[in-house]
Write a protein that binds this ligand. Sequence first.
Ligand code: UTP
Length: 290
Amino acid sequence: MKKVKKAVIPVAGLGTRILPASKSVPKEMLPVVDKPLIQYIVEECLASGIEDIILITRQGKEAIENHFDTDFELETVLEQKGKREILAIVKDIVQMMNIISVRQKHPLGLGHAILCAKPLIFDEPFAVLLPDDLVDSEEPCIGQLIEVFEETGAPVVAVERVPKEEIFRYGVVNPEPIRENLYRARSFIEKPAIDEAPSDLGIIGRYILTPEIFNILERIPFGRGGELQLTDALNRFAKMNSVYAYTFKGKRYDAGDKLGYLKANVAYGLKDPKLKKKFKAFLKEIVGKE
Ligand code: UTP
């Protein structure tokens, strides 16, 4: 079985939920404490054995590619000023990963964004990470899915239990339990109404897919919202083949949403060794005043 060595990271969405912050700054560049969201995602890939990243991007998102490119002027100034610690951090980011960009010319949905990676995937399995979803876990979330893929040889999506009133925001799995944390997906439905949801297991932004998904994406009609939906393609796939859903270990933050973004900053701020003591004291102080 081929190993998962490539990751597709789609960043060509419009990011309407976090406007106006995302108007001229890509939402993937918004910082959580001191790193942009996209860097956490690339670090997750690195820690999971991924070697190449395929960024599905669009006009106005160039800051993401620049973040992983050399800034000679900045490096020279840091060198001259003897700021060695920060210089090392800046250089490390550039060396982190081989990043290839592909433009999605129209925002036709997540399924369409994934289809843009087809010419670069060949016949290999690949990971998909949506940078809105930040997962704080001991073992990287995508690494956990790669382990399931190595066991089953079939596509796998990360899921978590979602409160009923929020299920309409998610792709939802109709699950057949296999063992603890692992389900075979009988079917998938994108953003169902509460009474249509087959379970409370919502898909989050981590997937391992196989190239067969491209054939389906090329054939299915545009779905909900006039977009080509990855969930619809997975649903077709699940009718003929095994697809698994895995409840990953870790805490996920939806950083593409204002409340989720704030929560991520607080949680990561409280974990930062240099900040946590003072930050905790500050939080206690302001919460006490409420
Ligand atoms: P979302 O559904 O979260 O949409 O996309 P969005 O535009 O990013 O954000 P909101 O909902 O308007 O605030 C899920 C993922 O799919 C990518 C997005 O960049 C995000 O990573 N995407 C979505 C594309 O790359 N292209 C698209 O046409 C749509």
